[in-house]
Design a protein around this ligand. Structure first.
Ligand code: SAM
Length: 93
């Protein structure tokens, strides 16, 4: 999955039941649930957020959960994303 095809798949998964399949080569497929990216930051995410000690640009922020975690720790943060569905969900937070 790449380019606009990948974006369309992500957008569709946001609207449907949330599952996407990512194929690596011919025989390895990973299944991911998009709603994972709608949850609050988990301990691993917070480790990453914790090393951001200056104004941070969250490129590919999705619905913005890491951007929110950055703001909650007092780090100025701006999230950007090219997926309209992700941006719409950010505005619902
Ligand atoms: C796997 S999701 C992760 C979302 C978020 N970072 C998180 O951890 O919850 C990847 C995000 O990257 C965005 N994305 C992909 N290519 C991008 C690009 N070129 N510029 C900005 N965002 C992009 C997708 O729209 C999607 O929302």
């Amino acid at each position: 999955m790449s380019g606009t095809a990948g974006l369309a798949t992500f957008a569709g998964a946001c609207d449907d039941d949330g599952w996407v399949s990512v194929r690596h080569g011919s025989d390895h497929v990973e299944r991911h649930h998009v709603r994972r990216w709608l949850r609050d930051a988990d301990p691993v995410d917070l480790d990453l957020v914790g090393v951001c000690d200056g104004p941070t640009l969250d490129v590919g922020c999705g619905p913005g959960r890491l951007t929110v975690a950055l703001a909650q720790q007092g780090t100025p943060a701006l999230g950007i994303d090219i997926c309209a569905e992700a941006v719409t969900r950010t505005r619902m937070l």
